[in-house]
Design a protein around this ligand. Structure first.
Ligand SMILES: [Zn+2]
Length: 175
């Protein structure tokens, strides 16, 4: 198994039942399957995964600024597993390994998750420019950092006219 090449930090996933997990995690790699691109972002995974991500990214492209923000921070969305998910925030653009309970929910939910991880990558690099590398962990995965990214996720869902159930699920973290 490849060693640190696929180290993951800041893993996050959301379920409609209202579970959000951000954690520092390292686990091994799943070997990529087929890939395609939407704009500059690569998508790696099964046919169903790639279709779901393409749909989410097209939603982001429909809103000025969102896709550009995502593209600046995320270079690849990859199908994750229960053991392997999260974002390589120290890279820019980073790899976002998407939790298997996140991507099947809906295009808007996955678009929100993408902007959420994009936010953490930006936080990491903003903090690095101030504190050096590696920056303090709380700057990109602490309570304040998490809240900032949840707010950005909520803004994304609203701009994309996401179902109210998704907005309600996220509001629990933002209020
Ligand atoms: Zn987070």
């Amino acid at each position: 198994m490849p060693e640190n090449r696929c180290r993951i930090i800041g893993g996050w996933y959301l379920l409609l039942v209202g579970i959000c997990v951000c954690q520092i995690l390292f686990v091994g790699c799943e070997s990529p399957t087929t890939s395609q691109t939407v704009g500059a972002i690569e998508i790696v995974g099964s046919d169903a995964f790639r279709a779901a991500v393409e749909s989410a990214l097209l939603r982001l492209q429909s809103q000025p600024g969102l896709y550009d923000d995502a593209m600046r921070n995320i270079g690849r969305l990859q199908e994750g597993t229960p053991e392997y998910y999260g974002v390589t925030a120290w890279q820019r653009p980073a790899i976002f390994a998407v939790h298997p309970e996140t991507w099947p929910v809906s295009a808007t939910w996955l678009a929100g998750a993408t902007m959420h991880e994009s936010c953490h990558v930006r936080q990491y690099h903003d903090a690095m420019s101030v504190y050096g590398n590696p920056p303090p962990q709380e700057m990109y995965s602490g309570t304040w950092a998490e809240r900032e990214c949840q707010v950005e996720t909520l803004e994304t869902l609203r701009r994309l006219n996401a179902p109210q159930s998704e907005i309600d699920a996220l509001m629990r973290y933002v209020e």
